[in-house]
Design a protein around this ligand. Sequence first.
Ligand code: CS2
Ligand code: MG
Length: 419
Amino acid sequence: MSTQTASETPAQGSLRDREIVDAKVIVTCPGRNFVTLKITTRSGVTGLGDATLNGRELAVASYLQDHVVPNLIGRDAGRIEDLWQFLHRGAYWRRGPVTMTAIAAVDVALWDILGKMAGLPLYQLLGGRSREGALVYAHANGRDIAEASDQVGMYREQGFLAIRAQCGVPGVKKAYGISTGTKPYEPAESELPAETIWNTPRYLETAPRLFEQLRKDHGNEVELLHDVHHRLTPIEAARLARDLEPYRLFWLEDATPAENQKSFELIRKHSVTALAVGEVFNSIWDCKHLIENQLIDYIRTTIVHGGGITHVRRIADFAALHQVRTGFHGATDLSPVCMGAALHFDTWVPNFGIQEYMFHSDQTNAVFSHDYAFRAGRLHVGDTPGHGVDIDEKLAARYPYAPKQLPIARLEDGTMWDW
Ligand code: CS2
Ligand code: MG
């Protein structure tokens, strides 16, 4: 009878099977730039991780290619936690969006390999289903309130139960979140940052009118969300949160820049509007104070920028202790690989809140095949082993990198502001 050593399990194959023999950084631009890490084991099992950081893609590609990949070859793909600790503590210059996005790509690729070796979907590896499908929200926007309301109506007809609404601000050219033409909103549109102008008083006057109209047009059932995108001072954020109370938002996002975490005490003092923060965070240390002091209601730090499943699981568990729920970032500049991994996480995590769902283009979906599907307001993952997302490398090679950066914002007097 063959004796199995600790490192030999049918599910995970032998240690030799799990040895990492290749790690490839794939940069492709099917409509927008994405960076993907593909790890291959000696047994030929491969795993994918998203490494996309909008506007700074090549920084992560280089971090992976030059500083991470040489450390992966020859290692055991099954030692996911140890590799996470090696890449985090071993970096010395720890944390930060580039480092944590690179670590996330390795981490998600290894979880993908583990699922494939075990023949299990990622949600099962994490602990199994906690729900059928993840509630998602779409992005409605319009140049004015009427147009934004029409788009909310359109998404409701498509079956969305939750919708983010943004609208233009009178007198402000290219306000945040407003798409031009028929394409969904795409912020990174030029090689160098486009300059946009911001006017807070006009915005503070417009936003409450938008939601007053949306409630009149669409009633109280649909969940409405709004993204301030870091543009208000703490007291302005407190005022907006209070002005929006009658319209019962699901959440008000990034109401004020969250480096100054005490500023959320001011917002909390003046309003019961639910608050969401964290898409620009990349570590549990960025959100610890906000979570343990109940200063937010949803944490948005997601798999691709938050150090992968291994680290975001710690953030979610810490948040659960304080009744804070997850609300993962899910813009189009996070690839379907991230969306796939995030949805498996959403399917498992007990303190799930909601998942952002901006649609990827057909070009992007042709490069990144996946088995998640939208039904009745929720995204449902399949049972493919791993996270269920794959990349067509030949097709990806047809879309070379196109340098793009995010816009910047200035006040009308030229003062640099938060975009
Ligand atoms: C936005 C993002 O979706 C959101 O909540 O904050 O679209 C953000 O502007 C982009 O991800 C930046 O690349
Ligand atoms: Mg946002």
